[in-house]
Design a protein around this ligand. Sequence first.
Ligand code: BTN
Length: 319
Amino acid sequence: MSKLLNLLQDGRFHSGQDLGHALGVSRSAVWKQLQLLEADLGVTVHKVRGRGYRLAAPLSLLDPGRLSVAVAKLGWAVEIHQVIDSTNAQALRTVAIPLSRPLLILAERQDAGRGRRGRTWVSPYAANLYYSLAVPLQGGIKRLDGLSLVAGMAVVECLRAQGLSDAMLKWPNDVLVQGRKIAGILLELVGDPADQCHVVLGIGINVNMKESEAIDQQWTSMYLQTHNSVDRNALAIALSESLASFIHTLETNGFATLRAQWEAQHAWQGKSVHLISGTQTITGKVLGITDQGSLRLEVDGRPEVFSGGELSLRLRDDS
Ligand code: BTN
């Protein structure tokens, strides 16, 4: 079925006869496969008498050959799935057998994409980037303080290189364009945080998605910002290169050396915000972050430091 999708991904018309010929099957078998494509993957195929079949919109499918060559240069392995529950969940399952090198897991679609604080990450087929990097850590997570923050910096670097010059960070690791969320990061840890463990860096970027009624917050995508379809393979490769370089800087110099750069890209630097933790809300002004990546807020005239995966920031209405 993925061979048929590969033939159709250009969004042009292909006759049933040509498709059957390329796949070595009859025209009626092509028709059956097309129905399966629509039912299983949620892609829409248009049929026009005398012209053949075409996808409602062109797709940029993940290319295993191109991706594995590119990530091998970084010393990583890659695993690509058509449909999976969650690339993070798959990464956590995989590291039950310790990894000897970083493993990148990508999928065309996630059926149970996970966001921070128990939310769902909307993950339609071949529309966006669903990216999880599992990294084995010998000396515990302390060595990579600030990892989720530098992942955000890597995403911002890639988006800016693609023309989204106003991509900005929102603590701890959302990426916004014009106040709308375009990417999110979910870091999960398995093993002994002080010794042998694996960290899974899950990154979701809204790439070619044009609409979604399932997202319950202000969002955007690269396509909606630039009106150009993005090559998801090129984006995954650029992100991997940027991430590898940031992780190297983090390992050698520590997060303190990246802190000023992070603050310069923080959309809400100096703004009045509400910091929400469960049912508790703290109001303050964003001063920046610490050398470990915790949030520095001025609360009632005094600087205070906050950290933790369950925290989230909201802009104060009058800021
Ligand atoms: C957030 O809530 O902002 C974090 C979203 C993280 C989504 C990505 S998509 C790839 C990886 N797999 C998941 O299930 N989640 C992360």
